[in-house]
Write a protein of this length. Structure first.
Length: 181
């Protein structure tokens, strides 16, 4: 039941985003926030979807890992339970600050557990001109889309750290929610 509630919240959010577009169009109105030019393959994705934070958002099914740089901004405790393969971990504020001054060679997709913390970092990246999008729904949505999730040793896992008990409902039913609470 919890996962069904999460899916309905995502559907409601997407409906709200769609209501900001002209009928039959996925293009936001002229007064919507202006995006910088995004390199392929994120151009169309970034142009059509914004999270509630006003940052460009991508759905798990739209991510091609070898064409983007996946960035994980979760805590070391969360990363120890599971992560998206090939993701670069930026678990400390110092690492994030250093990345803000980098010049990544690929578009960036940022994720956390459910998309809240990653939206904040995505906004920071966009503000300094780095092409970045937030992974809508975070690692929970990634797992629900049957995308690969691995443990700290790189082995497939069905466990996700839920950040805290409030986000345990976001973990798909076929995964085990792990929390420090």
């Amino acid at each position: 039941m919890a996962w069904a509630r999460f899916r309905s919240l995502v559907a409601a959010s997407l409906a709200l985003l769609g209501s900001q577009c002209a009928p039959g169009s996925s293009v936001p109105p002229e007064d919507a926030p202006v995006l910088p030019e995004w390199p392929d393959p994120l151009q169309k994705i970034a142009a059509k979807a914004f999270s509630r934070f006003g940052v460009p958002t991508v759905l798990p099914a739209e991510v091609v890992p070898d064409q983007v740089l996946l960035i994980d901004v979760r805590t070391p405790e969360e990363v120890a339970v599971s992560r998206i393969p090939e993701a670069r971990l930026l678990v400390s504020q110092d690492q994030r600050d250093e990345f803000l001054h980098s010049n990544p060679s690929q578009p960036v997709v940022v994720y956390c557990t459910a998309g809240w913390r990653s939206a904040e970092f995505t906004e920071e990246l966009v503000d300094v001109g780095i092409p970045a999008v937030n992974l809508s729904g975070g690692i929970c949505a990634w797992a629900a889309a049957e995308r690969p999730v691995v443990d700290a040793d790189g082995n497939p896992t069905r466990r996700i750290h839920s950040f805290n008990e409030d986000f345990a409902d976001c973990v798909p039913e076929n995964f085990q929610a792990v929390s420090d609470d």
